[in-house]
Design a protein around this ligand. Structure first.
Ligand SMILES: [Fe+2]
Length: 329
């Protein structure tokens, strides 16, 4: 029995497909921390044997996106998950079978990479609430709403796809997504025309500055447009925290975009076994606030990054490496 599409952006994996995924994960034996290239090579090899309907759902998303900007694969096997750690420093998620399944699916979309500024360049990042970071605008926050953004909005080498594997959910933690097509539907022609002009700069997230290094591309990027591409399939570049208008009119328009996001964003509450693939060009994202108990059973999501064109970062990476140094971000 095969899995099935259960909505425009949701695919429910069948029990037989789940068994096949477990078998494929068993062929991925390299350690992603010490041998990321070997690990992703094994995952790519396994991806060639993905069950066909599942592969088609992912391939279709890769080719054309989806109405919401995400594809959620549901019902993936999640077994033997260790207690949720209290912060992201222990890298326990990478050791799970679910991580290897995530890597196999990711390989249908492109190449997994690490960013030195994100968990020291690990391919897998434990996205867990940390008491010390509860009120920050980071993936370890909880008590505050995570503001709307494009992942690494400031960087030319940012991910094309953000892949989130849910090991443990929290019913109060909603992932928000807002695709460019939904934004367009609520804009006047004059507003759209303005958003297509390069009128916004982006500051580099200061957490990306390691060892006091200078960024190769400087501290402020742009100006860039918010919207680009064909009207029926536009791209969306936005960051509620790091983006500034270069004119008063452009700055004012940011408020309108945020207002539309808050009123029309879609939401998905991740459940264990959900793999959420986010198109980082077609949709922006955020997250609701939630209140973890820090009892080892709190929310645990594995975040990974995928690029379609590894060669784009050729100048930044050591030969054969998959980690993009922070100063190139
Ligand atoms: Fe994000």
């Amino acid at each position: 029995m095969t899995g099935r599409q259960v909505g425009p952006d949701s695919y429910l994996v069948s029990a037989a497909e789940a068994d096949e995924l477990v078998a494929l994960a068993g062929t991925v034996t390299a350690d992603p921390a010490t041998d990321p290239a070997g690990f992703t090579a094994q995952a790519a090899r396994a991806a060639r044997r993905l069950p066909e309907p599942l592969w088609e759902a992912v391939h279709c998303f890769d080719l054309m996106g989806s109405a919401s900007g995400i594809l959620v694969l549901r019902g993936l096997p999640v077994r033997d998950v260790p207690p949720t750690p209290g912060d992201n420093s222990q890298h326990v998620g990478a050791t799970t079978e679910a991580a290897r399944i995530q890597a196999v699916v990711n390989s249908c979309l492109g190449q997994m990479v690490g960013y030195e500024a994100e968990a020291g360049g690990r391919l897998f990042q434990d996205m867990v609430p940390s008491p010390a970071m509860a009120d920050t605008q980071t993936s370890q926050s909880s008590r505050v709403v995570l503001e709307a953004h494009t992942e690494q909005s400031f960087s030319a080498l940012g991910p094309d796809v953000v892949s989130l594997m849910c090991l443990r959910g929290d019913p109060a933690a909603a992932t928000y997504v807002f695709p460019a097509t939904d934004l367009l539907a609520h804009l006047t022609p004059a507003e759209e025309e303005l958003l297509r002009r390069p009128l916004w700069t982006f500051q580099v997230d200061q957490s990306f500055r390691l060892r006091g290094d200078r960024f190769v591309d400087g501290d402020v990027r742009g100006p860039f447009p918010v919207l680009a591409g064909p009207a029926e399939d536009p791209t969306f570049l936005f960051d509620q925290d790091l983006q500034r208008g270069t004119t008063p009119e452009a700055q004012d328009l940011l408020g309108k975009v945020i207002d539309l996001y808050c009123r029309h964003r879609r939401e998905h509450v991740l459940a264990p076994g959900d793999l959420l693939l986010l198109d980082n060009h077609r949709a922006i994202h955020g997250r609701s606030a939630f209140r973890p108990h820090y009892d080892g059973a709190q929310r645990f999501v594995l975040r990974t990054f995928v690029v379609r064109d590894l060669f784009r970062s050729h100048h930044a990476r050591p030969v054969g490496g998959l980690i993009i140094p922070a100063r190139f971000s």
